[in-house]
Design a protein around this ligand. Sequence first.
Ligand code: AMP
Ligand code: MG
Length: 277
Amino acid sequence: MTIPEALRFRAGLQVADIDPSATPGFDGSKADAAAVQAARSQRLAELQEMLYASSKGGDDHRSVLLVLQGMDAAGKGGIVKHVVGAVNPMGVRYTAFGKPTAEELAHDFLWRIRRALPPAGHIGVFDRSHYEDVLIVRVRNLVAPEVWGARYDEINAFERELVDAGTTVVKAAMFISLDEQKEQLLERLDDPTKHWKYNPGDIDERLLWPQYQEAYQAVLDRTSTDYAPWHVVPANRRWYSRLAITEMLIEALEGLQLSYPPADFDVETERQRLLSS
Ligand code: AMP
Ligand code: MG
């Protein structure tokens, strides 16, 4: 079984049963993963270039959207730096979603999301996403239960629309353990060069771990669809979560059956013109 297959959410899976240190679909060590990662990052970069080229050279409007969700210190930033960082930034549209601004709050929750969707030929990366509107918003009662409760169906309809318009939606829910989060947050405190990543509010969310587990369970149960399935990514071992999400992107891009667009000019004629210029 490939890594993405092993991680695809299956009905009935309980968040409480996830082993954040597991490495589903990969039985090698960290050292083995390093060699595989290098080769697969290169493959990802090639595919991304083809996706970008297809949109420039023709009328291919397809795109890919990577949705990253996870508790603080789950490694979302590392995925952006190491996995997405391996491809040409020209073809990437990255957006981090924090606490909504007053302007964003004045609109429907999907308003800011729609504005950040990847253009044709791009890989969009959502560092947090519309799922915050059924995670922190649910846990912290930021809107009435009827309002967040209606959002699961709204999200499914929204993602259906994206997929129908040619966007492959790749969703990664990254799970670290409570202990691993403590280690990671401690590292941030112990290292002055990591203080910028630390937010005192992270502890407040950490104290609500069981409520978040419940909210993540609802997300998986209610928004994993055949057109936009969730992948449950164990994230205690960062080398594994990075490889896993690399493989998920490769799978999505290979599914598009990409190829370089043919020249829309005569190559020989151009060669002669160039040589005699
Ligand atoms: P970070 O990703 O660490 O920069 O933190 C961003 C913070 O913004 C997290 O605590 C998120 O839960 C929070 N956030 C993101 N989206 C929303 C939202 N729609 N409503 C409220 N808080 C949000
Ligand atoms: Mg943070």
